[in-house]
Write a protein that binds this ligand. Structure first.
Ligand SMILES: [Zn+2]
Length: 247
């Protein structure tokens, strides 16, 4: 089972990009792709959230046997943010995605977290630790760790190993309920093996961040690593299958 837990399509009106992505992913052997369509720097716009979600659900409806949608929201929009999440689940969402509209520890995120817990779905949170300083409202691994401690029943996924492998791994190492994904172009020497050594194979999910990163490049980081076959199977698909309830 090969599941890309973290990707984006940004399809056009004709469905060209979705079709192309499905073709290429199937050629490589990918069984499912979890998709969302977040945007950066638009925290006050409900319209953008709705437009991006409409895009992701149209892509899902075009290839319902292949794409697994995550509904995207800006928690700072209050009830409207929660309404958008409800609408997303009505259209088939199997998880929630948040990016940089709010830091996950902000009070306004609590209803979204509680919704994820009540529905028993994954909450995928963009996380990055930048040497140049984070964007305003951008979540870091330490924020994910704090939420994981506060809500141990939440299935929280800290995206990108927080952008800085050693920082991100250290941040969540002693919070066993928090998962991470290795999506994106980050590829320090030995970081996949280090991540599994520190967190265990049950907490790492393979993701690409396509279209922003290449399928084969990101796949090779795990498939051709020094992990055991059992650990590779978990990271490449079995862990995501549990979180996304793929049977
Ligand atoms: Zn992403």
């Amino acid at each position: 089972m090969l599941i890309d837990f973290h990707a984006h399509v940004q399809d056009d009106d004709e469905g060209t990009r979705a079709d192309e992505m499905v073709r290429e992913a199937r050629r490589i052997g990918i069984d499912y792709i979890g998709i969302s369509e977040p945007v950066t720097h638009s925290r006050d716009s409900l319209e953008i959230v709705q437009r991006q979600n409409d895009l992701v659900f149209r892509t899902y409806e075009r290839h319902p046997d292949f794409f697994i949608p995550l509904v995207y929201t800006h928690a700072n929009l209050g009830q409207a943010a929660l309404d958008e999440v409800h609408k997303g689940f009505d259209r088939g969402a199997r998880g929630i995605k948040m990016e940089v509209a709010t830091v996950i520890t902000d009070k306004c995120v609590e209803p979204i977290i509680e919704e994820a817990i009540a529905r028993d779905v994954a909450l995928l949170q963009h996380s990055w630790h930048k040497v140049t300083g984070n964007y305003p409202f951008e979540t870091d691994g330490v924020h994910c760790a704090e939420i994981g401690r506060r809500y141990p029943e939440l299935k929280l996924v800290m995206a990108h190993i927080s952008g800085d492998n050693r920082w991100g791994i250290r941040a969540i190492r002693d919070v066993p309920s928090v998962y991470t994904d290795c999506s994106g172009s980050i590829a320090d020497y030995g970081h996949i093996e280090y991540c599994v050594e520190q967190l265990g194979a049950d907490r790492l999910l393979w993701g690409t961040d396509a279209r922003g990163a290449d399928f084969l490049y990101t796949l090779a980081k795990v498939r051709d690593s020094h992990l055991s076959d059992e650990a590779k199977a978990k990271v490449l698909g079995l862990n995501a299958a549990k979180l996304l309830k793929v049977v």
